[in-house]
Design a protein around this ligand. Structure first.
Ligand code: ADP
Ligand code: ADP
Length: 207
């Protein structure tokens, strides 16, 4: 569902992605790992069409949603209004299917997003992405700034969506242990290049 070939992305004179190849098949849950500055968010932004390749191609089959690093909620709007805005492009205004998938959100629907905890805000960002009924979900740093329990809870929801609803997932993480726990396959990015790829079981043995 995601096919990236020889992708080059630059910021002015700086090359952020240097001939990157990556593919994610339907129903797969794949991790993209790497240190700060490796180019992970640049790849996510290219997949969602925010950035344009300098060279190479990016092919996405099906509707893609992206949970950006930093979440980017509207802090003064309620949870429900943040969700409704997330459905705007896809023409879905009813958040109830999302409340069924993420029941914790239903209890928060009237709260302002800005007063919620980091874990709750990430749940809202997750729900907002689901409002467009995506077939592919790109999650940029699920665990960023979250307590381990909130991270585990969100990861469990992701796994459920992947296994039970066939959602294809690209999980971008600095936390390799988390990613290895839920993904079968991973790519490791360093300084804009893929330096390792393969089954998580093999990569975990050879850090
Ligand atoms: P990341 O952890 O993904 O590298 P950062 O916190 O470094 O994120 O970046 C936050 C924001 O600043 C992003 O929108 C990113 O595109 C932008 N950014 C990162 N590095 C630079 C840079 N060298 N010059 C300008 N903007 C940058
Ligand atoms: P990661 O998400 O893996 O932390 P990024 O994709 O944010 O990495 O950044 C990759 C490289 O591109 C870094 O060197 C970063 O400083 C640079 N970069 C990111 N965003 C910008 C930007 N808006 N302008 C200039 N350089 C940027």
């Amino acid at each position: 569902m995601i096919e990236v070939r020889d992708l080059v992305v630059t910021y002015g004179a700086a090359t952020a992605l240097d001939h990157v190849r990556l593919s994610v098949g339907r129903g797969e849950m794949v991790a993209l790992l790497g240190p700060n500055g490796a180019g992970k968010s640049t790849l996510a932004d290219t997949l969602s069409g925010i950035l344009t390749p300098a060279a190479g191609t990016v092919e996405v089959t099906g509707r893609l949603a992206h949970i950006p690093e930093g979440r980017q909620l509207f802090p003064d709007l309620t949870v429900e209004d943040n969700l409704v805005l997330g459905g705007w492009r896809a023409g879905t205004r009813d958040p109830s299917p999302v409340f069924e998938i993420l029941p914790a959100l239903a209890g928060l629907r009237r709260r302002r997003a800005g007063v919620l905890s980091g874990g709750e805000q990430q749940m809202v960002a997750f729900g907002r992405a689901l409002m467009s009924r995506p077939e592919v979900l790109v999650v940029d740093e699920l665990s960023l700034g979250l307590a381990p329990i909130a991270t585990r809870d969100l990861a469990a929801h992701l796994v459920e969506l992947n296994r039970e609803r066939g959602l294809t997932v690209l999980l971008i993480e600095q936390n390799a242990r988390l990613a290895f726990g839920v993904c079968e396959r991973a790519y490791v990015l360093e300084a804009g290049r893929v330096v390792a790829e393969g089954p998580c079981a093999e990569l975990a043995e050879d850090p």
